[in-house]
Design a protein around this ligand. Structure first.
Ligand code: ATP
Ligand code: MG
Length: 210
């Protein structure tokens, strides 16, 4: 049996927190920090989607604007790092391409893709899920309003070797969503304490979501 100390494990694992981040909020940050701690991740890369294929029905802020807000949000955590890989890649942003790029840029590291419970339910219906699960682990953070029961049924249709690559993590239940934040801004209601102050300032100064 090979026994590795915790520092060695940490050096071998990277996290990806992907999202539209329109805007990034404390739900994202708490999930990423929870995963970093629970899975001994060396770093968590926050990767705003360039052109999301799964959100065609609403207008999304420019990729650079979402990247800027993400950079502001993660600046105070030395383990968090904003990444431009999806923003700079032309065409629609597919997770499989992002995981491939991360594996290429960080050879030998195990990738942990962090999502909310709602996102993992969607992800396991994607056509390339088998390939994706052979390339990285998924960590699903529980999110209020999303029941994990349906997930077990869907998971049963996957081979055991892939199921092993999906883990769950309880995070303090945060009923925060970007949709709610955008609506609050539109209606002139407060967004304070739902997201970092630097991001709130950026939204107000740049008149976003009006
Ligand atoms: P929108 O309302 O626009 O869909 P969102 O709040 O869901 O925004 P996304 O950018 O879509 O944010 O989410 C990125 C990832 O973060 C997804 O995997 C999502 O499940 C997860 N996530 C979002 N909010 C939370 C939260 N409050 N707790 C845990 N995970 C979350
Ligand atoms: Mg969402």
């Amino acid at each position: 049996m090979i026994i590795m100390d915790i520092e060695t494990v940490r050096e071998q694992r990277l996290g990806i927190m992907g999202g539209t981040f329109d805007p990034v909020h404390y739900g994202h940050l708490v999930a990423a920090e929870g995963a970093r701690y629970s899975f001994n991740l060396e770093k968590v890369f926050f990767i705003p989607t360039g052109h999301p294929p799964h959100k065609p029905d609403r207008i999304i802020s420019e990729p650079w604007v979402r990247y800027k807000m993400t950079s502001l949000a993660v600046a105070s955590n030395p383990f968090f790092c904003p990444s431009l890989i999806e923003v700079e890649r032309p065409g629609l942003s597919y997770t499989i391409d992002t995981v491939r790029t991360m594996r290429y840029l960080h050879p030998g590291k195990r990738i942990y893709f962090i999502t909310g419970a709602d996102a993992i339910l969607e992800i396991i219906t994607w056509k390339d899920i088998d390939l994706l699960l052979s390339m990285c682990n998924f960590v699903a953070a529980t999110r209020p309003g999303y029941c994990l029961n349906g997930l077990n049924e869907k998971l049963n249709s996957l081979p055991d070797s892939f199921k092993q690559n999906i883990s769950y993590m309880e995070v303090p239940a945060l009923a925060i969503s970007s949709t709610d934040i955008r609506q609050r801004v539109r209606e002139g209601r407060p967004i304070k304490y739902l997201l970092p102050e630097s991001v709130e300032d950026y939204i107000l100064k740049n008149n976003l979501y009006r």
